[in-house]
Design a protein around this ligand. Sequence first.
Ligand SMILES: Cc1ncc(COP(=O)(O)O)c(C=O)c1O
Length: 367
Amino acid sequence: MSKNNDHLRLFLPGPTEVSEEILNAQTEWMVGHRMPECIELVGRISPKLRKVFRTESRVYIAASSGTGMWEAATRNCVRDRVVHFANGSFGDRWGEVHAANGKEVKVVTVEWGKPVTPEIVLENLKGESYDAVSFVHNETSVGITNPVKDIAAAIRSLPGGQDVTIMVDSVSGVSGAQIEFDEWDLDILLTSSQKAFALPAGLAFSAVSDRALEKAKTVPNRGYYFDYVTMEKYIVKDQTPATPAISLLFALDKQLDNMMAETMEGRWDRHMAMRQVTMDWAKSRGFEMLADEQYSSPTVSTVANTHNISIGELNKHLRTKNMVLSNGYGKLKDKTFRIGHMGDWGVDDIKELLAGVDEFLVQKGLL
Ligand SMILES: Cc1ncc(COP(=O)(O)O)c(C=O)c1O
């Protein structure tokens, strides 16, 4: 397959590097979405996706980015009031999605760099009645992994906690950072293809519990494109309500085979190893991590820019080696830089990137 050869290796927190094998898988001949070929394709994909999400229930597939699945969660499963916890920019945005869809939402903001804890969640639920709780698992803007398992257990331990819909964004987590849909008793878990799945952008996935699906049936104004009840009718027939992104499904099928071969545990370990190498490097070069080690993300490291280097200049240097990393997000743009170590990358790739950063530090007399 011919591509232009300006291949920049992306150490971004998404979109991530996509291997040539997966890029090429998209070039299969087209099939009709109601033809047996496509039904068999979705039929191959679904059980593998369930393994990635660690669930026996369903995983819906949409031709959209993750934002679409935010809207889906909001429209389908907030009946009266939702309490939403945000400790970064993506958390903020999902709060806006609740409001934009006319839902009554209380947004609890947590300082950037700090986790959402079970204590914070419980404090805000006490004496209140919310039918849904939402938050981000792996906050990409700050490189923090929130303790989903403990938060979910705390919610479930409350009187009436079994009925609360627990909605989790793991756009930059699923398949790179451990998350267990069934075991942790979650209701909605959503992600995008262009992050730890190492696929091109354009697909979004959401695991939905039986409880959440039953609730959706009672919620009015679920909208049309992302109506869980309609999605369910089709996914049980290995189809999607509208034309799916068929080329991306071919790529997904192949990438899921690769994931099954590596195993989820293998992927989580590989991501933790990349995190460790990045953290050790940062500390040894006099940088600090934005987050406490306990909450530092397995897929994206946010490094506090304690040497005040120009991230733009750093990337100019890295581009001479066909590599690029990311500046900080929003208000942390120059104060931090982010290294995406997710998807198909391994420890050796991260070491190569960090060696490139070292060269820049030497040039600046910082090493
Ligand atoms: C944690 C998180 N949530 C949501 C989104 C939005 O996802 P998308 O760009 O796929 O719509 C992103 C994007 O980076 C993200 O990192």
